[in-house]
Design a protein around this ligand. Structure first.
Ligand SMILES: Cc1ncc(COP(=O)(O)O)c(C=O)c1O
Length: 386
């Protein structure tokens, strides 16, 4: 029973509700990577000896496994250090290859999209950012109205990292296709969690990250449709068809592929379980804390995300009270503590954005964790009321 446990009686603390910031490496991922740190230490580009060939074969297999999960050919994957680099390569690389043009994105994108766009603006490109509705979503009509004869590239994330809402990618891609515009999507938060096939959706450039799906940090990929022109961001040994020079990190790539395979296996049942837990969390929070508000549409939304605002509560006192008991976030892990630009874009005031919590569930989250989180949050809210 929820009411029989109080904050000072909790067991597994702090409760982990920050799985959208990152996830632990799955045990199978650690195991699969292990040989490539030491005994199989070859450079995958060294083709003259067994060590290099073994590493090269491991990368080849991993590339195929990830490509299969996305229903694309392996050659279309360029490994990067993560989604940040994939976004930079997609946006800077494609825009620079095209030359002077207009780009469209959304105010609620991750900084890993917004900041490369700012750089492009400094380089003379013209940028328009669409404002989503209170539900966090943009519409194909809204996109269509913003397109000009100069528009060449549109970037819209698949799943929001703070409020978890899923943008209508296929409909947005179809608008882009009708106008001959390249469509990029940052799918760091979506890949491995919801069905995602770039060709079926109409996405020309897709950014991925391993550490959001129980893979290692420091590896990701950009999936590129064949005819898309890209200028590399760095030059060197010509790896990745000259698009991303630098020695490939065999262990990380093998870990990424293992994580992808694990994520695909049983994804549907896992997501159903997490959605049910998330819905329970929301229902219990509403019961416990009058006035609690949800940020973004409940659907369509990632099953493991809930984002709430707590009106009348002091944000910094709330987070201080929660810190020993619950690991969660008030926004993106990459926002340097600034109040969430996403919540403010949805119309939340700065104090409301500060008194907000992103609660993201993971594979191990249990009913007990949910019940304990409700108590902890209820107690913290009571302690942080204005
Ligand atoms: C939507 C989104 N894009 C990009 C990133 C950055 O990914 P990476 O850490 O792989 O560079 C993140 C991670 O927080 C994210 O949530």
């Amino acid at each position: 029973m929820i009411t029989t446990v109080r904050t000072n009686q909790l067991s597994r603390l702090p409760l982990a509700f920050d799985h959208q910031a990152t996830t632990p490496c799955a045990a199978e991922v650690v195991e699969a990577m292990a040989p490539y740190w030491s005994e199989e230490w070859g450079n995958p580009s060294s083709r003259q000896h067994r060590l290099g060939l073994t590493a090269s074969a491991a990368v080849k297999l991993a590339r195929r496994q990830i490509a299969e999960a996305l229903a694309v050919t392996p050659q279309r994957l360029v490994f990067t250090s993560g989604a940040t680099e994939a976004n930079n390569l997609a946006l800077l690389g494609h825009a620079r290859a095209l030359g002077s043009c207009h780009l469209i994105s959304v105010t609620t994108e991750h900084h890993a999209v917004l900041d490369p766009l700012k750089q492009l603006q400094r380089e003379g490109f013209s940028i328009t950012l669409l404002s989503p509705g209170h539900d966090g979503l943009i519409s194909p009509k809204q996109l269509e109205k913003t397109i000009t004869s100069e528009t060449r590239l549109v970037s819209v994330m698949a799943a929001n990292n703070e409020i978890g809402v899923l943008q209508p990618l296929a409909a947005l891609a179809s608008v882009c296709r009708d106008h001959g515009i390249t469509f990029h999507s940052d799918a760091a938060q979506a890949f491995g969690h919801i069905p995602l096939e770039p060709d079926a959706t109409g996405v020309d450039l897709l950014s991925l990250s391993a550490h959001k799906l129980y893979g290692p940090k420091g590896i990701g990929a950009l999936v590129i449709r064949d005819e898309i022109a890209l200028q590399p961001l760095q030059w060197g040994g010509g790896q990745e068809a000259g698009l991303r020079a630098g020695t490939l990190p065999t262990a990380l790539i093998v870990g990424f592929a293992t994580a992808v395979q694990l994520a695909m296996a049983g994804r549907e049942s896992r997501q159903q379980r997490l959605a049910a837990l998330r819905d329970q969390l929301w229902a219990d929070l509403k019961r416990q804390i009058p006035g609690v508000q949800m940020n973004g549409a409940l659907a369509p939304r990632l099953p493991h995300n809930l984002n709430i605002s707590l009106p009348g509560v002091n944000g910094s006192r709330l987070h201080r009270a929660l810190r020993p008991h619950l690991a969660c976030s008030s926004g993106s892990a990459c926002s340097n503590g600034a109040p969430s630009h996403v919540l403010q874009a949805l119309g939340r005031t700065r104090p409301e954005a500060e008194a907000s919590l992103r609660l993201s569930l993971g594979r191990d989250t249990s009913v007990d964790d949910i019940q304990q989180a409700v108590i902890v949050i209820g107690d913290a809210v009571a302690a942080a009321k204005h």
